[in-house]
Design a protein around this ligand. Structure first.
Ligand code: ATP
Length: 246
């Protein structure tokens, strides 16, 4: 489970995230959806402990700022960062050592094959295309078998085959009880995936939608209603100070 309580983050005078609270239950796929600059990456970086913030983050009940929390989640950054002098396989081995994960050679091979990286294992970080870097970054996160995974705009830069594979994997993770948080500004990318969507604008969550309540097909309409400011009333919907909850 992922619990965020009153999270705020300022960069100098810019209030990037303002008192945001939300929860992604065990084994569910949560989506942070919003336009560029809404604060999605800042929230994900805060959860990952990469920036200072105010408020509370709990990952599997463990305080986000602790070392124990870092053992249970994995993070795929918006912009992949490779070690220039390590090969693809060495990136995987390095991350496995850091997490002390006991993933078998067979599992690693299978994962690399799924992202068409099996024949690129000996390529160095600085020999990879941006899309390949993104795939390595995703493999590094998956290979440690995290209980919670944070994916910041994970589909950007991927080819259609990799997008399809990643979507499949996200659904498999859900089946396994892994909690997933995906940030995106592209509704299309998460259409078949989401369980709960948090629509963001200017550092706030302005709408919280559960698939069980609104139905997958209605998300697009709801998104445009809340982001354009005009919201028609639907039954079963209530407005809360932290945003619209359906
Ligand atoms: P995108 O979809 O473009 O990735 P986002 O929703 O992830 O956008 P953030 O990157 O979290 O948005 O940015 C939220 C706000 O914080 C924006 O106003 C942005 O300009 C500002 N911001 C983000 N990072 C920094 C930084 N390192 N220094 C100063 N301001 C920042």
């Amino acid at each position: 489970m992922l619990e965020i309580l009153n999270l705020s983050k300022k960069y100098g005078k810019t209030l990037a995230v303002d008192q945001v609270s939300f929860l992604v239950p065990d084994g569910q796929i949560g989506v942070l959806l919003g336009p560029n600059g809404a604060g999605k990456s800042t929230i994900i970086k805060s959860i990952a402990g990469l920036v200072r913030y105010e408020g509370q983050v709990r990952i599997q009940g463990i305080l986000g700022k602790s070392v124990d929390a870092k053992k249970v989640f994995a993070y795929v950054p918006e912009i992949p960062a490779m070690y220039e002098a390590l090969t693809v396989r060495e990136h995987i081995d390095f991350i496995l050592k850091a997490y002390q994960a006991e993933t078998t050679g067979e599992e690693i091979e299978h994962l690399l094959e799924r992202f068409e990286l099996a024949d690129k294992q000996n390529k160095l970080g600085n020999e990879l295309s941006k899309g390949m870097m993104q795939k390595v970054s995703i493999c590094c996160a998956l290979v440690v078998k995290p209980q919670v995974i944070l994916l910041d705009e994970p589909m950007v830069g991927l080819d259609p085959a990799a997008i399809k594979e990643l979507k499949k994997i996200v659904l498999e993770l859900k089946e396994q009880g892994v909690t997933v948080l995906i940030s995106t500004h592209m509704l299309e990318m998460v259409k078949e995936l989401w369980d709960v969507t948090f629509v963001m604008e200017k550092g706030h969550i302005i709408g919280t939608y559960s698939k069980d309540t609104v139905g997958a097909e209605n998300l697009e309409d709801l998104f445009f209603q809340v982001t354009s400011g005009g919201v028609s009333e639907h039954s079963g919907r209530e407005t809360e100070s932290s945003g619209r909850r359906v």
